[in-house]
Design a protein around this ligand. Structure first.
Ligand SMILES: C[S@@+](CC[C@H](N)C(=O)[O-])C[C@H]1O[C@@H](n2cnc3c(N)ncnc32)[C@H](O)[C@@H]1O
Length: 225
């Protein structure tokens, strides 16, 4: 699957989306985005939003949080910065252009890492999850929300057809929950602590992971060489 949604495809897709994203995608993703931000707010503290987009979630946080956003797309980040200049979101500290595959933050920086409607789009989802876990503090949560592929039934057949046509729009719908669980099992330093349906007709899945002490210890060992 890697290579089908490479960086160039993604940058081109979101340069096209940026001017119309809020109007077209804002309402479609609203319930999922809100549910993830609410779960992150319960953790509080320093929160990293990966694939922050135009910053539609800024209003879902409050002064108990300190938000840093990153996104691959310059035009999407420009929109998020425009939103910051309104002065209505003092809890948003910084928004940067950055690739989620190579986060430039030190290990153990954030209390919570959130990615809303991002993990199924990136070229190497497992690598992005590794990075999200690395920058999370021990005990911190990594929270994802997405449409995850149905593994059985009529929905699975429809989604399989749709997936053939979706990549040009920067979408990858053929992504099952099992792939996230397999990553957690292999990584060994993060556990799935919740999986629940959210959004209209429960169409999205919210998945919460917790970085374990074992995960932090393995990173320390790697850093020590
Ligand atoms: C569907 S939008 C979601 C935006 C926002 N999270 C929301 O819920 O409105 C996906 C976002 O992920 C970003 N993205 C895609 N690949 C990325 C990567 N490798 N690193 C960082 N951001 C990425 C895109 O540029 C886009 O802004």
């Amino acid at each position: 699957m890697a290579g089908d949604l490479d960086r160039e495809t993604m940058e081109k897709a979101y340069a096209r989306w940026a001017p119309i994203y809020d109007a077209v995608c804002g309402p479609v993703f609203e319930q999922g985005r809100r549910a993830a931000a609410q779960a992150a707010r319960q953790v509080g503290g320093k929160i990293l939003e990966v694939g922050v987009g135009t910053g539609l979630s800024f209003s879902d946080y409050d002064a108990t949080t300190e938000i840093t956003g990153i996104d691959l797309s310059g035009p999407m980040v420009a929109k998020a910065r425009e939103r910051m200049t309104s002065g209505a979101f003092p809890h948003v500290r910084d928004v940067q252009v950055m690739d989620a595959h190579d986060l430039t933050f030190p290990d153990d920086t954030f209390d919570c890492v959130v990615a809303q409607f991002v993990i199924t789009l990136v070229e190497k989802p497992e690598r992005v999850l590794d990075e999200c876990t690395r920058v999370a503090k021990p005990g911190a949560e990594i929270i994802l929300v997405n449409h995850l592929y149905s593994e059985r039934g009529v929905a699975a057949a429809i989604e399989r057809w749709f997936s053939k046509h979706a990549h040009t729009f920067g979408l990858r719908p053929e992504f099952p929950f099992g792939r996230l669980q397999a990553w957690a099992d292999n990584h060994g330093g993060a556990q799935v602590i919740e999986r629940r349906r959210v959004g209209p007709l429960g169409v999205y899945s919210l998945v919460r992971f917790r970085k374990t002490e074992a995960g932090a210890a393995a990173e320390r060992q790697r850093a020590a060489g």
